[in-house]
Design a protein around this ligand. Sequence first.
Ligand code: UT7
Length: 324
Amino acid sequence: MSVRAVVTGVGHYLPERIVPNAAFEETLDTTDEWIRTRSGIERRHFAAEGETTSDMAIAAARRALTAAGRGPDDIDAVVVATSTPDLTFPSVATMVQDGLGMTRGFGFDVQAVCAGFVFALTNANALILAGQAKRVLVIGAETFSRIMDWTDRSTCVLFGDGAGALVLEAQDGTGDTSDRGILSADLNSDGRFRDMLYVDGGVSSTGHSGKLRMQGNPLFRQAVDKLTATAHTALSKVGLSDDAVDWIVPHQANIRIIKGTAKKMGVPMERVIVTVQDHGNTSAASIPLALSVGAERGQIKPGDLIVTEAIGGGLAWGAVVLRW
Ligand code: UT7
């Protein structure tokens, strides 16, 4: 017997305001056609004025708890992946605890930008395997609209806001890959690439939060190879190959990266969850959003083998293999 961290509930929240690509044509030298063909994005959601990352995280968490049939008192830990917290501190996770009415347990944030959810899920799994927590809320939540330079057409058309959440629970498994739950993970980062995607401000440098800067094309050229390699490493840790994969649930940055990675893994696009057209790039929220939407659409079913993979600022990248 071995303990597994099993997903027992999933939920998401998207802000009401939907902005189509055409809206950017009014203020920037861009077109719906360029955005669609280069990125696959058609529209994105933006948070309302005053709507924060923790507001969205709490809304997604409530839905995940309802789906799991759990209340806030059942949860031992909250792990939030975000690079756009409400405040420099305290963590968004403690705001989620308060918003849900959780007066026990603990919470903390994980910051690995677009790969944040993969890092958060791996940390939550480790807490469960180490016996530090039996039930963990793992959330990805972002308001990237707040760090956009609205005059930079090469970035501001790509990102969106939203949140997704999972309830992970300790359950007994057999120890083989037929178990439900997280089966393996692979994490990587390499700070030599940090200029490819960063925010040009912060507490100890400029004293203000700054705007996102990205060298899109060099990052694009890194993405497919690194994502394929990390997915393969995670699968091979438990002796699985690409044929075992029911669903790739990728970070949703660009449809061409998603297609390139699936092709390199030999997984047909019918077995890839794609939400980038509706959400844009929501950074650490994109994978839990895609998991929630994939389950809601009836695509992801209990027992399916899923590989999630993501890359972003740092660079930081990784993959998690789990059975739903
Ligand atoms: O989530 C974190 C990880 N992020 C990513 O993985 C993003 C990775 N990068 C990408 O997705 C792509 O590189 C982009 C979608 C950002 C850009 O696509 P690309 O095919 O790499 O285009 P490019 O950056 O090479 O730009 C091609 C042209 C340039 O013009 P010139 O120099 O060829 O005259 C850009 O100035 O497209 C121009 N351009 C635009 N044109 C119209 C850049 N942004 C726009 C725009 N509208 N919004």
